[in-house]
Design a protein around this ligand. Structure first.
Ligand code: GMT
Length: 374
């Protein structure tokens, strides 16, 4: 198949899923065309069967806000005219699904099918905003196929947008060969003494991720377990978190690593991963941690239950339950048998349920189904 994929190129989960899907499809012999405003960070270098098309956004003094959605639609049209796409697969509905719809109208093509994958905040935060709602509702409804990354997100989308459209659940996935247990490439010695444990958190440092809860829970953990906290990522909350670390006198024990392209190098060193989000449609970061055999402490929200099995691969607590998170964290870090059991189960779940080889064929089958539909 000739598959176009539109996505954000940044470190967010939707861009990661879109990139990994594009890569896997290209390895399986499909011709993949990534359409985005920059090369997604996981797609640097040369990949056979995979082509990057950068969207150029015109600026003009009249524009207070350059109309990216129009430039993207135009690029989809150009790419289709050049290569003859079978599918244009939009990751994150805003504005990609609307641009794909517009491109299809411009092309008057019956052959080109549009598929939209909903990731999370495109529905729960952004899509429901009044300034987007009706267009996004329309664009989802008009897509030839729609998928959501969790059962939770599917239900939430139907409720929020009163949709009649069928939404297929296709979970996030992980390359369990790349994200594997073991400390071969890990840089543990740079951050921790031999007798110290490593607690890790990675996110885009937005308020929804509640990074402050990670720091506060770590403060309690550190009182009982010699440990270091590694924080990976960049975002609007970073300065506030740095201030909090200072106030709690944790500076010697907390390392800010900034944006990292190879998170697996840090996961390889970690003993515990924290994801205390206020909202999470699935929790790709938790799945990547599990794939490296790292137990996760998260929150019992959204689709997290689909990524973390309570008491088997980690623990899910109420949002903001810092004492509870610290208590579970201390238990895992102090009890080797418990840690071992959770780690083994986490890795097994990633390999047997969420490996690329299990999920990508489900996307392929869905493409075939959509292409066969009238
Ligand atoms: O909001 C984010 O954290 C980024 C966002 C994205 O779309 O880039 O992540 C969402 O998509 C991921 C991949 O499908 C999901 O695993 C995350 O749970 C989801 N984030 C939220 O729902 C907050």
């Amino acid at each position: 198949m000739k598959i176009g994929i539109t996505c954000y190129p940044t470190h967010g989960g939707s861009g990661v899923v879109a990139s990994e899907l594009g890569l896997a499809l290209s390895k399986r012999g499909h011709e993949v065309h990534i359409i985005s405003y920059a090369t997604p960070f996981r797609l640097g270098g040369f990949h056979e069967n995979l082509f990057i098309h950068e969207v150029e956004v015109a600026s003009y003094p009249l524009f207070r806000y350059p109309p990216y959605a129009l430039s993207l639609a135009t690029k989809i049209v150009d790419v289709h005219e050049e290569v003859g796409l079978d599918i244009i697969h939009s990751h994150y509905a805003v504005p990609h699904a609307a641009s794909a719809y517009l491109a299809k109208q411009v092309l008057r093509s019956k052959r080109l099918k549009t598929i939209t994958t909903l990731h999370g905040t495109d529905i729960t935060l952004v899509g429901v905003d009044k300034s987007f709602y009706k267009v996004i509702q329309f664009a989802i409804e008009e897509s030839d196929g729609v998928t959501a990354v969790s059962h939770y997100l599917r239900r939430r989308t139907i409720d929020e947008f009163s949709l009649t459209k069928e939404i297929r659940v296709i979970h996030n996935f992980v390359d369990t060969e790349r994200f594997r247990p073991g400390r071969n490439n890990c840089v543990r010695d740079r951050f921790a003494e031999a007798d110290e444990k490593i607690v890790l958190h990675a996110s885009n440092f937005r308020p929804v991720k509640r990074v402050g809860d990670v720091v506060r829970a770590f403060e309690k953990i550190r009182q009982q377990v010699p440990s270091k906290l590694l924080l990976v990522g960049e975002g609007p909350e970073r300065l506030f978190i740095q201030q909090l670390v200072k106030e709690l006198k944790l500076s010697p024990y907390v390392v800010f690593l900034g944006q990292q392209d190879y998170i697996e190098e840090f996961l390889g060193c970690a003993d515990l991963f924290f994801q205390p989000s206020e909202q999470e449609s699935f929790g790709l970061a938790a799945l990547e941690a599990h794939s490296c055999a790292i137990p996760v402490i998260g929150t019992d929200v959204g689709g997290m239950r689909e990524a973390v099995k309570e008491g088997e691969t980690g623990y899910l607590l109420p949002v903001g339950d810092i004492a509870g998170m610290a208590e579970k964290g201390i238990a895992i870090l102090q009890d080797e048998r418990l840690a071992e059991r959770l780690s083994m189960e986490a890795r097994a779940m990633a390999v047997h349920t969420f490996d690329t080889s299990q999920i990508v064929p489900v996307y392929e089958a869905f493409y075939e189904e959509v292409m066969a539909s009238a």
